[in-house]
Design a protein around this ligand. Sequence first.
Ligand code: NAD
Length: 424
Amino acid sequence: MVTRPHEANPDEFNPWLRISSLIEKAGHLLGLDDGMITRIITPERILEVAVPVRMDSGDVHMFTGWRIQHNSSRGPGKGGIRFHPSVNVDEIAALSADMSIKCAVVNIPYGGAKGGVKVDPSALSRGELERLTRRYAFSIAPMIGPDRDIPAPDINTDMQVMSWIMDTVSMLRGHNTPGVVTGKPLAIGGTLGHAGATSLGVTICTLALLRQLERSPQEQRVVIQGYGKVGAPLVKLLTERGMKVVGLADIHGAIHVPEGIDPEKLALHFDESKSIMGYPGAEEVHADQLFELPSDIAIPAALGGVITEQVAEKMSAAMMVEAANGPTTGEGAGVLSSRNIPVVPDVLANAGGVVASYFEWAQDLQGFMWETELFHQRLEKTMHEAFDSIWERHLQLEVALRDTALVVGVERIAEATKLRGLFP
Ligand code: NAD
């Protein structure tokens, strides 16, 4: 059941085909009728925008951007904006559907959305990046807002980009609109605790999985792909809880440190060299070998589609926690399942970020800031409740955690859709 045109190339991994078939499968498992399944799969709105930008040279370059609202039955759309040269409509549509499921899985009152611009931001000056962001924000402004759709940072977008979007929309509306985006700096309506919230959620899920498998966190060897907004705090959080990060990769390559990486030393090294490569004492290994390094826990925290059949076959770890969005292909998931490697799926494992966004938005609407302790307490409670409800259902259904999370997410969306009925 493919419910929108897609750029499918049969030889390439297509994230849209992957998520739509997963929702369909979950819908059948729940006994939903085809009409309801189609309604849940089909994105509600797809906006494609041309983004002309005056470059520093005086030339005008055209970029293409998208904002997609997947499903709003449980609340306004929520999802990040990524700037990356490989962005395309299928990827954004798939990520928007992931967000619908994710928000339902952690039971927060949002639907799913996602946006992106096909651009290599590293090739832009700061002025060009600001002009690109503001023009994109202007073009999607009719679709976003605190009660419609609330963007957030994703790959290659950060607090500064969110500040420009918030300012552009505020100028357009004629009043301050802090609740239009999350992931903002504290000075303009951000929240204490947001930085590292995704990584804290991944950590909570990793510890919860170890508890269920009756394993101690002490000395668990972890490999992580990605040392960005999610991967970097993760190295510290897992090490603080007794685990050893023995393998790490970024865009420049991979390192192997059997005795475990020292997070502080790595942070200092990264500040100077802007890469993990060259970390003192590390053996440099080929990026493709990262998941083959002797380890207990694998955490992809970079791009989608990297855990392929071949990678899954050679994976050394006994469990995987998906910090990245959509890191595992369908074939990869099949291999991990046949090897009995439990996987905490992205929609649960990396939901700490969206829960933090929900808390930021709630504070913006209330005009009342929470203290860090309260923020962390509520984040931990929400993540624990989400993990426990998925784990319990997983034992009942006797299907993989990924399928269980999808079933729970689809079930909650279907319940809201049924309760609201069909307009007109
Ligand atoms: P980021 O841009 O801050 O970092 C990405 C990291 O991946 C960098 O270290 C980069 O060097 C590395 N990388 C890029 N290409 C690579 C490659 N081919 N091989 C190895 N490493 C590579 O992005 P982020 O915010 O940390 O997001 C990482 C993943 O987590 C994405 O899938 C994103 O959708 C997901 N995610 C992020 C958040 C969040 O709060 N930032 C929340 C939920 C999910």
